[in-house]
Design a protein around this ligand. Structure first.
Ligand code: 5GP
Ligand code: MN
Length: 343
């Protein structure tokens, strides 16, 4: 990955003052890459003598609970003591990891504008970063933000500074955002980075088990239910969608993170080109989209569901009912296909 020498110099300058108070922010519904990149970057900054607070808008999935240092991540939604607002008010510097616009912080967005004017540094791999950052390490060619963080650490301080805990955190992001090294952007550099993380002492089978084989029985049954009863195919079986209502989620004692990976599953069908998952929230429906090859769900999410993301993995929101959302999706897919976007 080519990091800008000028940007690296600017980052060095920002970090050259001693004992800065730094806040790391990551996106709503934080995933393995959001949490992994935050924890690893926090550890790297603390090693320089800075004091660091990691803040996420809402809770991370329970299968990340084992990650070293995760207990110190402040969850804004349930932050009764006001730790997040205090840390923001005192911050000298903000890092924004694994998202491309402050609006992606949702319930946390306003607290940023209201409490801090500290410089904002973006470290991310999503397309189309907003122009609201003072310094940007935006690398859409990278498979994960953890890989961008790895490259930054390598360029700034060398990989010998990566502890085993940092290596574990980084590996979680590399692994989850590439679908366990199955999606695009799998470069030789990425596997060289993995080799270094192994040298730093990570045990890949342990991390794999901790993340992918740590679900509840309810989640396994919910998965069966969704695929068997809720998966619908349209466009001659080349496009799929699934949905979960709040009542269905209650029935399977749904926990944050339980639907992780569901949206990918229809893509195991050979001729599938694009899939969607609609997850009911109190105030809106969260839309998750996945695609194969040239089908661009980032474009689809931007156009039809006020969202964005990557070419093959994107998301957005719908403020309609579930029925209406599905109707809109089916019509949008038809329009998208008619314009030739489904190949
Ligand atoms: P997921 O389906 O796993 O929640 O998200 C897939 C990708 O889409 C992620 O890269 C995520 O950042 C992006 N994404 C999900 N929801 C939204 C959204 O509401 N707006 C934007 N811009 N991106 C989203
Ligand atoms: Mn990511």
């Amino acid at each position: 990955m080519k990091l800008s020498a000028e940007n690296l110099d600017r980052l060095r300058a920002l970090l050259s003052e001693p004992a800065r108070r730094i806040v790391l922010l990551s996106h709503t519904n934080p995933d393995g890459d959001a949490v992994g990149s935050s924890l690893a970057w926090a550890a790297a900054l603390r090693a320089l003598g800075h004091s660091v607070t990691c803040i996420v808008p809402n809770k991370y999935p329970y299968f990340l609970d084992w990650m070293p240092g995760i207990d110190e991540v402040v969850v804004f939604k349930t932050d009764a003591e006001g730790r997040a607002v205090r840390a923001l008010a005192e911050a000298d510097l903000l890092f924004c990891l694994d998202f491309n616009a402050i609006s992606r912080l949702e319930i946390l967005s306003e607290a940023i504008g209201a409490n801090t004017a500290a410089p904002r540094v973006l470290i991310d791999h999503h397309l189309a970063p907003a122009p609201e950052f003072d310094l940007s390490f935006s690398h859409p060619e990278a498979s994960s933000t953890c890989f961008v963080v790895y490259c930054l650490i390598e360029a700034l301080w060398g990989t010998a500074t990566i502890t085993r805990e940092m290596a574990e955190a980084l590996y979680v992001g590399l692994m989850t955002d590439t679908g366990n090294f199955a999606f695009s952007s799998l470069t030789p550099e990425l596997f060289r980075a993995v080799a270094v993380l192994v040298e730093r002492g990570i045990r890949i089978p342990d991390i794999h088990n901790s993340v992918y084989n740590a679900y509840t029985e309810d989640r396994a049954r919910l998965f069966g239910y969704v695929i068997n009863r809720k998966m619908q195919l349209i466009e001659q079986g080349t496009v799929a969608y699934m949905s979960l209502t709040e009542a269905e989620m209650r029935r399977f004692r749904f926990q944050q993170g339980d639907s992780e990976g569901f949206v990918n599953y229809p893509l195991t069908i050979k001729k599938m080109k694009m899939t969607a998952m609609f997850l009911a929230h109190r105030k809106f429906i969260r839309v998750s989209l996945r695609s194969r090859g040239e089908v661009d769900v980032n474009l689809f999410a931007r156009r039809y569901f006020e969202g964005g993301g990557h070419k093959n993995a994107a998301g957005g929101k719908s403020f309609d009912t579930m029925e209406r959302t599905i109707e809109r999706y089916v019509a949008a897919v038809r329009e998208f296909a008619a314009e030739g976007h489904l190949g």
